[in-house]
Design a protein around this ligand. Sequence first.
Ligand code: ATP
Ligand code: MG
Length: 587
Amino acid sequence: MSRLFLRTLREDPADAEFRNHKLLVRAGYIRRVAPGGFAWLPLGLRVKAKIETVVREEMDAAGAQEVHFPALLSAEPYKTTGRYADYGDDIFTLEDRKGVEYVLAPTHEEAFALLVKDLYSSYKDLPLSIYQIQEKFRDETRPRAGLMRGREFTMKDAYSFDIDDEGLDASYDLQRAAYERVFRRLGLEYAIVSAHAGAMGGSRSEEFLHPTPIGDDTFVRSSGGYAANVEAFRTLPPAPREIAGLPAATVFDSPDTPTIATLVALLNDRHPRGDGREWTAADTLKNVVLALTHTNGERELVVVGIPGDRDADLKRAEAAFFPAAVEAATEADFAAHPVLVKGYIGPWSAAGPVLGGSSTSGIRFLVDPRVVEGTEWVTGANEPERHVLSLVAGRDFENDGVAEVAEVRAGDPAPDGSGPIELARGTELGHVFALGRKYADALGLQVLDRNGKLVTVTMGSYGIGISRVMALLAEANSDDKGLAWPRSVAPFDALIVAAGKDEALFEAAERIGRELEQRGADVLVDDRRISPGVKFKDAELIGVPTVVVVGRGLTDGVVEVWDRAADTRSEVALVSVVDRVAALLEG
Ligand code: ATP
Ligand code: MG
């Protein structure tokens, strides 16, 4: 340790918000050198390498083979697949001296597809799974939390290549199972959630989320085992209801009621319900006007009818309308569409249907899944200061489709019937995607099938955030005093501390270290000629799982074995300490 490139710090770094970030910097594992960029110090590199080893072993066991690509790639293929535009400002771009455009790859689908295209030509070559562990670059808007969200970070990215859908399914399942083994071996809690495939396209897509209050993602889960991203949550639609016998739609005056709250107050005041129940916001239909910008640049206004007790969730709307960009309609949008009477919008007016079905407005009218046939609503009559009672879905208005843009709430039923959901915070450890043929199509990755016919290969892509995993392991395995690594990823198996001034302590510490090394352990010896108190503080901070303290007891032939995570100490005879620690390592 007297020669280790390490400076531990007593103070938290000013820019660090979370414990993992503070401790990894203070204990000398990483050092910030750029916004979202970290230098890896010797201790940090060791932990990262151990995480990589677990990932490599499971990738290899799943039949994937390791390769390695540059991070600096031609922009052209990313333009061909459309990802250059889809990533937007998140992608780092640059030009070489000849003015040729490059990217610092955010992931490598294009590069892997082109390599396989370059080398393979027949169905006999498939299936193939290849992976790399490599640095990725993304110009994140909010690089934060140290390794949790960097602008340069380490990822394991694997890609599968198959001739048909069954093959892709099998490759996907192999990766998914490998992920479960990786996170189990690392001792990281995870929930597998169905995800929105976002800019990647494709069909099957699941995220491995680590539940943690410091996560960026909100996800939903039921006690019955359902888990999903908020964006991917599907509302359980109620059964359609009988329309016959429902009262006719009636328009009523509703002066100065541009909001749901004012409308509900007016209803209870002037139009009490026959059944004695109070009107609530859930009885009203809120018509949210969204402006979509399609990938060809075209702007389209759509109206979505959602129960009035819910707000629209823009992220869910983005997922629902992907790949179009979504924003709330602006004053200019309303000005351009005078058919929509702001504050009093509805699919129907006394003059007939305004939105949806056979209406002539040309504006698409989509509805929340809860707006099923036979449901009865109070909503705008699409005239200033007028609303309508008993507007019945399927009788008075039609829709042009269903859209999931309403917010998700704790207590909503899980779509698989496994009970009410709760909202939890988490962060993504990894992601498995069945991409399908989007990339292979765009890049012309085809092989000859059994009948000599050219067919497009189907792909999967599978990422694990290695550096983020390290941050989460640090967060989960630490206390206020420092890190406490699990054995599977600890930078050293044991730390031997010579605690005192006597030369014999140093000699004994060195000897224990050497003997443990001969038994296959990675050992660090604290041979610094400084006070024992500082050494103990550093031992607590650095978090090596087993610490052997060679101190005053040496003259009586005893040393102390300290379990950092459990914070238990026991006296052990000097003659048996090597056996004792070696046994701990073997588990
Ligand atoms: P997030 O939603 O957290 O931004 P993502 O959906 O952008 O993640 P992917 O593109 O699926 O992530 O990348 C695969 C894995 O790489 C993620 O599961 C995550 O563990 C890791 N990762 C993504 N972005 C970062 C980052 N900026 N810093 C560190 N790790 C990251
Ligand atoms: Mg991201």
